[in-house]
Design a protein around this ligand. Sequence first.
Ligand code: 5GP
Length: 337
Amino acid sequence: RTTQKRSLYVRALFDYDPLKDTGLPNRGVAFQQGDILHVTNASDDEWWQARLVACAASGGDPPTAAEQAAAFGIIPSKRRVERRERAKLRKDGTAGSLDSCESVHTQQSQQQPAAPSEDTASAGNLSDSHVAIPTYEAVQQLDIRLARPVIILGPLKDQLNDALIGQFPDRFGSCVPHTTRPQREGEQDGRDYHFVDSREQMERDIAEHLFIEAGQYNGNLYGTSVSSVRRVAQSGRHCILDVSGNAIRRLEAAGLPPIAIFVRAASMENLCQLRRGLTEEQARKLLDRSARMEAEFSAYFTATVSGQSFDEIFSQVKRVISAQSDRPVWVTCRDED
Ligand code: 5GP
């Protein structure tokens, strides 16, 4: 009872419905993956006392008045969640329903320790105790004064990116990538690309996490450096990035937490309405890819939007970005202090 941490804030990495939980000693708090909770008492092994402070589904909004009343109560401790999920795994025989969550955690466990440090020895045999269970991760509030980068994921991202930069060139910009390919006639160093002389140097810089993403094309390296993104942010514009979900955490780690907006197509019909001209196979592939992306990264999305038309979705994207400018930013703690 003496190990309780002060001001422990966590991001939930799973959905929790207290109505479906048995044995709750007190009123439970419902939350969803990505929500931020203030854990006010973590001294009990099974149950923590917590308050919901930001809801992921509404782009980080604080709970509404109605939600406020239900926002304080009991949540299962990290240890309890792990023990119950492991029991479920053993019963099912396979990873089954945890597939999607595991990938989130695998990636995260390599980079960051999980939230409150509790032992997991109660988990049972070795064959399943090594499986990482997504529970909570410690987060902290960041006071950021730069224009945050924007990452749009899912269908329509190219059209939305173009519309933001095209309609609001003073508020949104793009950054100049690096490449090892030779400069072409008419290209300008620092405008079209940062042309890099030494491939070895760029490889070293990628290994040292100076790039948020990098790839190879026709034998040449290409990548987006943290400093190029920071330069756009310092100019007061949101840097629009066309990158994978992995970049969200890399940017967070670099002190540039992005506004990550996932566009969800509700159905095949909805997708074909939004992206006319897609073949059925293309649409199916796009939906599959989106579903995988959502399963892997949704805890890190600032908001998820959907709608019947481009205009409807574009309005929501603009609203989320505007609303974020006066919202606190929650980022994963990188050490356990
Ligand atoms: P080009 O050499 O013709 O300018 O670009 C060729 C290709 O390089 C692009 O179509 C794109 O696939 C890739 N590329 C350009 N910039 C970047 C970047 O910043 N990151 C990555 N991963 N690839 C890029």
